[in-house]
Design a protein around this ligand. Structure first.
Ligand SMILES: C[S@@+](CC[C@H](N)C(=O)[O-])C[C@H]1O[C@@H](n2cnc3c(N)ncnc32)[C@H](O)[C@@H]1O
Length: 289
């Protein structure tokens, strides 16, 4: 380490120069600001004014130092901090779970805003729960009897921890949803099915950055190009048998396969609606019986 002192101003100057080798000015500054704020336990908006006054401890400096080293290797900040904010709640994350995305917050918001027609305590089922972000938020927002499935043992472990820290009650089930024989372990007569399943085709890897490709779980993101709608086809069949009379399905989808994804449901359900995200991309599908 060649930082001139443990004063924030010296730390900031030294590590920003390092980060600008890999990141743009703006991105480097934002990442460093959040890293320092987290490890030095300072509100990030206060950092610019406090640069000259505050000194960090030796252990805090070490954490910042190794955090910057990881950032230089493109490790996502959320995995370095092992924490992410989603729908104003804190979630633990590590490399076994997808980092929850802002689009998925929009999905939660959509369900919350459409919930006036739901029963007082709807039965809700989240397919591919990862960190548990969707299931945990909705169990609280809708007072829902909530179930969630994921095939990853490690993801289920993190999701259960997140449910405990956020005081939510969710029944997590570890099983492979794509194996129809496992459906007997899953809930029936469901009022709301929600899913953000793996939907990125392997051929789309070319468009993606190393922070995703090198660190996020492959199984959470990618599907084979030969059958990219595999999860939606399974969800359509499962829901046909297990949705309550007035049940609804809310899905996050691949913007490049929006029309094809809607087609999967149109043969089975009368109401199928594509919904844009805040960036104007066809990102969500609402299906009703
Ligand atoms: C795109 S991630 C979504 C995670 C979380 N719901 C979110 O929105 O941040 C998809 C999740 O599906 C899980 N998954 C992949 N294949 C599965 C399968 N066959 N059965 C059950 N879950 C599966 C992955 O482990 C991953 O957690």
């Amino acid at each position: 380490m060649k930082v001139a002192s443990n004063k924030l101003s010296d730390i900031y100057k030294y590590y920003l120069t390092n980060l600008l080798r890999v990141y743009s000015d703006n991105e480097g500054a934002i990442l460093l600001n959040r890293l320092i704020a987290f490890f030095a336990e300072i509100d990030s908006y206060k950092i610019p004014q406090m640069l000259d006054d505050v000194r960090v401890s030796e252990s805090q400096l070490l954490k910042i130092h190794f955090g910057v080293k990881d950032l230089l290797k493109h490790k996502p900040l959320e995995y370095i901090l092992e924490e992410v904010e989603f729908y104003e709640m804190k979630f633990k994350v590590n490399q076994n779970v997808l980092i929850p995305r802002p689009e998925t917050e929009e999905l939660v918001d959509l369900i919350w805003k459409n919930s006036s027609s739901s029963p007082a305590k709807p039965k809700l089922f989240d397919i591919g729960s990862g960190s548990g972000c969707i299931a945990i938020c909705l169990s609280k927002l809708l007072n829902a009897d909530t179930y969630a499935v994921d095939c990853s043992k490690e993801a289920i472990k993190i999701a259960k921890q997140n449910a405990t820290t956020n005081c939510a009650e969710v029944k997590f089930i570890e099983t492979d949803f794509l194996t129809v024989a496992n459906w007997k372990y899953l809930p029936k007569k469901i009022d709301i099915i929600v899913s953000n399943p793996p939907y990125v085709r392997k051929s789309e890897k070319l468009l993606m950055k190393p922070n995703v490709l090198d660190y996020e779980p492959e199984k959470a993101i990618f599907v084979d190009d030969e059958n990219p709608l595999i999860f939606y086809k399974a969800i359509a069949d499962f829901a046909f048998k297990n949705l309550s009379e007035k049940g609804k399905i809310y899905l996050e989808i691949n913007e490049f396969l929006a029309v094809e994804t809607a087609e999967v449901f149109k043969s089975l359900y009368p109401k199928v609606k594509l919904i844009n995200d805040l960036n104007g991309k066809k990102r969500f599908l609402l299906v009703e019986k």
